[in-house]
Structure formats: structure tokens, C-alpha cells
Write a protein that binds this ligand. Structure first.
Ligand code: ZN
Ligand code: ZN
Length: 372
């Protein structure tokens, strides 16, 4: 099942720097790539440099007015001519999405990096490709949100769709993949699946089991929320119940995964209690499904993960080890044990999960129930 694997990275991606105090620090991607190199995994892949996405490519999912606004905001000379109302409407009035001179250039480079990965897969240069700086899943058509300006994940999905693909997008970031879901919510050719901490407790507050797409896209979005303190065992059990069954029914020709690792118990921005021990299983499952359903075509993106030193490099190294089928080279960076919460919290997690899986199954006409 091996095939050639590409990793898209270059130090130019350090330009995707929102501000000095911001939790999304580009160094996290460099640290992950450094660990992929020092474990020897890079010997089993080829490194591709990123490029900037063109304005036409950004228009694949973003409105021309929005792209124009982002470019103006990134230019100190033009910035002062943009009205506060326009800045507010485009999502740039909050600390989550600060304005900087590098805003357009940095995030267009992230979008281009994910397109380089998509192109490598489409041309056959690589069977699997990883764009760890990508996965900016909260950006909407005409609005920045949750640290995301341009939605590289949606741009890559749309780019692949325009080449005739049926695209399955699976998002395991701790936050709901709301931007990607909304962009494709009436598109029957793009399935979006998001597993995330429930919007009752966490940004962006959306993504419940009944949210399944609209119009012609009804049924092509699936959402599974998790209760706070969900740890490895229930998280993986739910992943195994939901993801393979939905993918097998949809029959995609390419798999795109958003691999945010902010599900970890050390992550400062969310409240799940997973460890890095989910990653070998997640990586292997994505890998197997890509071969089973998509002739191997698998585009993996990064995503959230704000325990920059403690978690992100290890999680993405474990994922990448599965892409190149050398989990042995990464085994020693895995967490040694799962982190189980107190019994009372465990009960709440299982109760909520059983209920949500039944509801999700009813919405999609499949049986996701945990009971035998
Ligand atoms: Zn493979
Ligand atoms: Zn996230």
C-alpha cells in the first residue's frame, strides 16, 4: 500500500504570523517538520516548497470583495481608507483575527501550500500529501473567523472538485469545521464530516448532529459533538463508528483531512482530554480508507493545536509516520498512556455520546449506536 508521499513546507510559511501574542504561532509548523526530520521520517517522503495562491484561486471559495478587502487591509497605505463597519463585517475587529502587513501574503501562502499538496496528488507525483500549515477551517466566503483568513481547506476541496472529484472532507480538530461546512453545505459532491467539542462549550458554537447540509446538499454534512473531558477511548470509538461508514456510503474519489490536534488534554484553548495516542489510529484509518475508496488519494492538512511545544510536533509526526507507513520511527514520541478523567466525568461523556450517536445515525439513516 505504499506510494510516494509529499510534505509541503518552507520557512517562508513563517510569514503566516498574526501577532506576537496570538496563539496561532507559525513556529508550531516548523517544530513539527523538525521532528519529522529528526525521526528520519522525512527520508520516506519528498519535500515540496509552498507557493502563493493566486487571487483567482482564492476566488474558488471567497468573494472577490472579501479578497480585495484583505489585500487593502494588508497595505498600510490603503488600510486607513477602509471603514470600521467593513472591517467589522469581514471579521477583523477582534483579537482573534488581527490585521497586519503580512495578512494577505502569509495566508495566501498557506492556501498555496495546500494547493501544492492537492496538485501533487492530482498529477500523480504523490499519492498522499501533507500540508501542515493548512487546515484554516473557520474562514467563511466573505468573513475571517477563528484565526483563519483564507480557507485553504475549502479552496483545496473546491480545486479538486473542479477536476472531477467527489471530495470527502473529515475534520478532527477540536473546533467545528464551520467554514468548510458552510461553503459546501448545499453541494452534494463534497461530504464534510466534523468531530469536535460541543458548541455548547466551545467556539464557534455550531455543529450539532441535526446539522446535515441544505437543499441538494442535504445529508452531505455530518457533525458529532463531544462533551468536555472526552478522552481517547470514547473519541476513538465514535470516530470508528462514524467516519468509515459515512465515507463508504459516499464513495469519494479523494480524501481531505483536517488534522487539528487541539483535542489533547494539554491544549490551552479547549476542554477535551485526548492524548497523542489517538493519532496512530486516526492516521492508519485515514490511510486505509484512502486506499480502499480513493485509489490512495489523501490530502492531509494541519489545523489547530496550541500546545505548541508539548503536543503539536508529536501529534503531526505520529500522523505523518502513518502516511509513510513507518510508525516504528515515531513510536517513542507518543504519549505513554491515555488520560482518563474522573468517573463522574466519564459517565457524562458516555451518556452524551450515546445520545448524540443515536441522533446522528437517525439523521443519516445509519446505525451509529454504541450498544451491540
Ligand atoms: Zn499508502
Ligand atoms: Zn481548533
Amino acid at each position: 500500500m505504499s506510494g510516494s508521499v509529499a510534505l509541503v513546507y518552507g520557512d517562508a510559511l513563517m510569514k503566516h504570523h498574526l501577532s506576537d501574542e496570538h496563539p496561532l504561532q507559525p513556529i508550531r509548523v516548523k517544530l513539527a517538520v523538525d521532528l519529522i526530520k529528526s525521526t528520519g521520517l522525512i527520508e520516506h517522503a519528498h519535500l515540496l516548497p509552498p507557493r502563493s495562491a493566486t487571487v483567482d484561486e482564492l476566488h474558488l471559495v471567497h468573494s472577490p470583495e472579501y479578497v480585495d478587502l484583505v489585500r487593502k487591509l494588508s497595505d498600510p497605505a490603503q488600510r486607513r481608507h477602509v471603514s470600521p463597519a467593513a472591517i467589522d463585517a469581514a471579521g477583523f475587529a477582534s483579537a482573534d483575527n488581527p490585521i497586519s502587513d503580512e495578512l494577505h501574503e502569509g495566508t495566501a501562502l498557506v492556501a498555496g501550500a495546500s494547493l501544492v499538496a492537492a496538485e501533487a496528488i492530482e498529477s500523480g507525483a504523490a499519492l498522499h500529501a501533507f500540508s501542515p500549515s493548512g487546515g484554516l477551517h473557520h474562514a467563511h466566503r466573505g468573513r475571517a473567523s477563528g484565526f483563519c483568513t483564507y480557507n485553504d481547506a475549502a479552496i483545496a476541496c473546491q480545486w479538486l472538485k473542479e477536476r472531477g472529484h467527489r471530495v470527502a472532507y473529515v475534520d478532527v480538530d477540536v473546533h467545528h469545521g464551520d467554514g468548510v461546512e458552510e461553503i459546501f453545505d448545499s453541494d452534494p459532491d463534497v461530504l464534510t464530516i466534523s468531530l469536535h467539542e460541543s458548541g455548547r462549550w466551545l467556539f464557534p458554537g455550531t455543529g450539532f448532529p441535526q446539522d446535515a447540509g441544505r437543499g441538494a446538499g442535504k445529508g452531505s454534512a455530518a457533525n458529532l459533538p463531544f462533551y468536555p473531558f472526552t478522552w481517547d477511548e470514547p473519541w476513538l470509538m465514535a470516530f470508528d463508528r462514524v467516519v468509515p461508514a459515512l465515507l463508504r456510503r459516499f464513495k469519494p474519489t479523494v480524501l481531505v483531512t483536517q488534522d487539528g490536534c487541539d483535542t489533547h488534554h494539554l491544549d490551552p484553548l479547549a476542554h477535551l482530554a485526548a492524548t497523542t495516542r489517538i493519532w496512530p489510529h486516526v492516521g492508519r484509518t485515514f490511510h486505509d480508507l484512502a486506499h480502499e475508496l480513493c485509489d490512495g488519494r489523501w490530502l492531509a492538512l494541519g489545523g489547530g493545536g496550541y500546545a505548541i511545544y508539548e503536543v503539536v510536533p508529536r501529534a503531526w509526526t505520529l500522523l505523518f509516520a502513518e502516511m509513510v507507513e513507518r510508525p516504528d520511527l515515531a513510536a517513542e514520541v507518543d504519549d505513554p498512556v491515555s488520560a482518563e478523567p474522573q468517573e463522574e466525568a466519564q459517565e457524562r461523556v458516555w451518556t452524551a455520546l450515546r445520545r448524540d450517536l443515536i441522533q446522528l445515525g437517525e439523521v443519516h439513516g445509519l446505525n451509529f449506536s454504541l450498544s451491540p
